[in-house]
Write a protein that binds this ligand. Structure first.
Ligand code: HSE
Length: 413
């Protein structure tokens, strides 16, 4: 059985290199003695590459070659990845992808297409880079009802936040370093605005809760508004700020899902996840919390997950993997603002601060103030008790003389 790679970027070139480096191990694990890389499709030229003799520019060569049974898609984006992957599945070739956007937007459709055509569509690398998470949820934890998933799912933002916290690096310098290391998306807005983490929680929620969750249904907030002042208040509170993607099952059969920066207590397992590392906490009704940790981005960790899927496709060339979810339904993802939350709020006050605080305490009993050194006299910050988020926000609008600078949700993982 022959393999083709579509897209020779960071991940695709890692897949080719890993395939060459560990070829004997990969072939023996695959139970297909003739498993071999045959083509690499890319629009660019790579003169001098050790894979130059496999390079092609015409997708139809892959599509029309009956020897190619497994196609790896590492192009990213929807165009032309979606058309190419659909065509491969219809041509009864299994597909392995690392493309989060493709799975988050078209996962249900492509899984159905794979099923109809008796082939596999696998995407372990689409979430958590080198961390096994798709297979553990679909196989190892299959006996559980999953109650909740929460994770640090974007290596770039975690790298940036860590550099800002621990090394005082500016946001821009840390982002540049992440790009140089090959962690960031080609358009890093997808990282820093939370879109990448949103796509990943959509995939995990679809898998864990059984219906497709589309990115537009998930409230998503990135890290661009986080400042060193918020960091100082988080330290005073006893924790750190992390970009947390989470989703959970509700008693009414619906789910919640959102991505936002969050205060995380220092004692949490997620608080010590630094740099490009990702961690995913899965709360099963039988297992309790299980945490998966490792390199969530980068060439070789992601290639490792892709090649493992290639091996799985080869092993399941005849008996296909039964794997997938139903399509999404309207209003399946509830309005996150109706759910109880505790909020960190930083405000600037206009007028008599002690009067303003008195009004605040009467409208929201039970708030706790935070402090930081060198804060201006008219600035203060506090943490609210747990209440539905829309109620907290409504009450905050009723307080005279405050202007909200930032709010950050508090998690209890
Ligand atoms: N840009 C992504 C990240 C790459 O930083 O996590 C891995 O999906």
């Amino acid at each position: 059985m022959k393999v083709a790679i579509m897209g020779f970027g960071v991940v695709g070139s890692g897949v080719a290199e890993l395939f060459a480096k560990n070829h004997n191990k990969i072939v023996s694990s695959s139970t297909q003695p003739e498993l071999e890389l045959k083509y690499i499709l890319d629009i660019k030229d790579f003169p001098g590459s050790p894979f130059a003799d496999m390079m092609i520019k015409d997708f139809n060569i892959i599509l029309n070659d009956p020897e190619v049974g497994i196609v790896v898609e590492t192009m990213g984006g929807l165009k032309p990845a979606y058309d190419y992957v659909s065509a491969c599945l219809k041509a009864k070739k299994s597909v392995v992808t690392s493309n989060k956007e493709l799975v988050a937007e078209k996962g249900y459709e492509l899984l159905s297409l794979a099923k109809e055509n008796g082939v596999n569509f696998l995407f372990e690398a689409s979430v958590g880079g080198g961390i096994p998470i798709i297979r553990p949820i679909s196989q190892c934890l299959a006996a559980n009802e999953i109650d909740e998933i929460a994770g640090i799912l974007n290596g770039t933002t975690n790298f940036i936040l860590t550099k800002m916290f621990k090394e005082g690096m500016s946001f821009g310098d840390a982002l540049k370093l992440a790009q140089e290391n090959g962690y960031a998306e080609s358009n890093p807005a997808a990282d820093i605005e939370g879109t990448d983490a949103c796509r990943k929680i959509c995939i995990l929620a679809s898998l864990a809760f059984g219906k497709h969750v589309y990115p537009e249904e998930v409230y998503t907030e990135g890290i661009t508004k986080i400042t060193t002042e918020d960091v100082d208040y988080a330290k005073n509170w006893g924790g750190v700020v992390k970009l947390i993607a989470r989703a959970g099952r509700l008693e009414n059969g619906k789910i919640f899902a959102l991505v936002s920066p969050a205060f995380v207590k220092s004692s949490s397992q997620l608080a010590s996840v630094d740099d490009v590392f990702n961690a995913i906490l899965v709360r099963g009704d039988a297992t309790g919390d299980v945490v998966f940790y490792g390199r969530g981005a980068g060439k070789m960790p992601t290639a490792s997950a892709v090649v493992a899927d290639v091996i799985d496709c080869a092993k399941h060339a005849v008996s296909k993997k039964v794997f997938g979810w139903e399509d999404g339904i309207p209003n399946y993802v509830v309005d996150y603002t109706s759910l109880p939350v505790s909020l960190y709020v930083r405000v600037s006050a206009v007028g008599n601060t002690s009067e303003i605080k008195k009004e605040l305490e009467s409208k929201i009993p039970g708030i706790n103030y935070l402090v930081r050194s060198a804060s201006p006299a008219n600035e203060f910050a506090f943490v609210t008790p747990e209440m539905p988020e829309n109620e907290i926000r409504e009450k905050l609008t009723e307080i005279n003389g405050i202007s909200i600078i930032n709010t950050i949700r508090i998690t209890d993982y």
